[in-house]
Design a protein around this ligand. Structure first.
Ligand code: SF4
Ligand code: ZN
Length: 281
């Protein structure tokens, strides 16, 4: 396939996902969670190109040169495309970088790097997106990520976690919870990489140096051997089951409350981020 044909197909597929799954309207103000990598940069670029009101949020995790390079990338991209960028630093929020927080928690609790980092990032992103009056929060999750999540939840026997999956997340609507959208939900990671290379996005293709030893990485390897069709089937079949999963578990899920410590939406008295930070002390 020629490059122009590939680019058109890629962009039309994203448009179709946004339209078919009712991800956004032109009235939305969309915060895009940017990491400086190919996936979130492609989402930011496409939403802007399609005429949505977007801005970027970057969380500086303080992972040495890796975070520095990612921040440079996203700054370059946003200034070149006239997009507002908001940078939130973990150090500013918690007084130390993510590696320090993690090592303190991991001394006492067996949690992977990505589990800790993921909880903290989600907490910050929701808070920042709301503060900046975003009506949607877009992420760069792709087909490979989603297939991995479905399999990991299944292997851990935690189908309930899948309730919040899908291109549009959040079954419970709450004014303090910014709905998350995934415009690249049906795009394979390899296609996003190709698109990013053709478009010459200033991004890093390096993996995060802290992504080590997780269940998810092993699942990624296993799915890579099975190929693209298998990943597509996993995601498509999961989406067929999703309405029944949501119906089945809806009443069993605790209603959304507000964390007694930070006030963010939470299913429990204290949210996961505050529990982790308390474990750190
Ligand atoms: Fe955090 Fe894991 Fe992502 Fe690295 S790969 S930024 S540790 S969630
Ligand atoms: Zn909290």
């Amino acid at each position: 396939m020629k490059d122009t044909e590939f680019v058109n197909d890629f962009e039309n597929k994203a448009k179709k996902t946004i339209f078919d799954c009712s991800l956004a309207s032109k009235r939305d103000r969309i915060a895009v969670a940017c990491s400086g990598g190919k996936d979130s940069t492609a989402v930011l670029y496409l939403l802007k190109k399609f005429g949505y009101n977007v801005f970027a949020v970057y969380i500086d995790l303080g992972i040495g040169d890796y975070s520095k390079k990612c921040l440079e990338n996203i700054k370059k991209f946003c200034s070149g495309n006239k997009i507002n960028l908001h940078v939130v630093s973990i150090k500013g929020e918690f007084g130390c970088n993510i590696c320090y927080i993690r090592s303190n928690i991991q001394e006492k609790h067996k949690l992977s790097n990505c589990t800790i980092c993921g909880v903290i990032k989600r907490w910050i992103l929701n808070k920042e997106a709301r503060k900046l009056k975003a009506t949607k929060l877009a992420t760069g999750h792709n087909l490979d990520d989603e297939a991995q999540t479905i399999i990991v939840n299944f292997l851990k026997g935690n189908v309930l976690l899948g309730m919040n999956s899908g291109p549009l997340t959040g079954i419970i609507k709450d004014k303090r919870f910014v709905t998350r959208i995934k415009p690249l939900y049906f795009h394979a990671e390899s296609d996003i990489r190709k698109y990013s290379e053709i478009m010459q996005f200033p991004v890093s293709y390096e993996r995060c140096p802290c992504a080590i030893g997780t269940y998810r990485i092993e699942t990624r390897r296993f799915l890579a051997e099975l190929g693209r069709n298998t990943k597509e089937n996993i995601v498509k079949n999961f989406l067929k089951m999703l309405p029944s999963i949501r119906n089945h578990f809806y009443d069993k899920v605790q209603k959304l409350k507000y964390c007694s410590s930070c006030g963010e939406p939470s299913r429990n008295e204290v949210c996961n981020a505050c529990k982790l930070i308390a474990k750190q002390k």
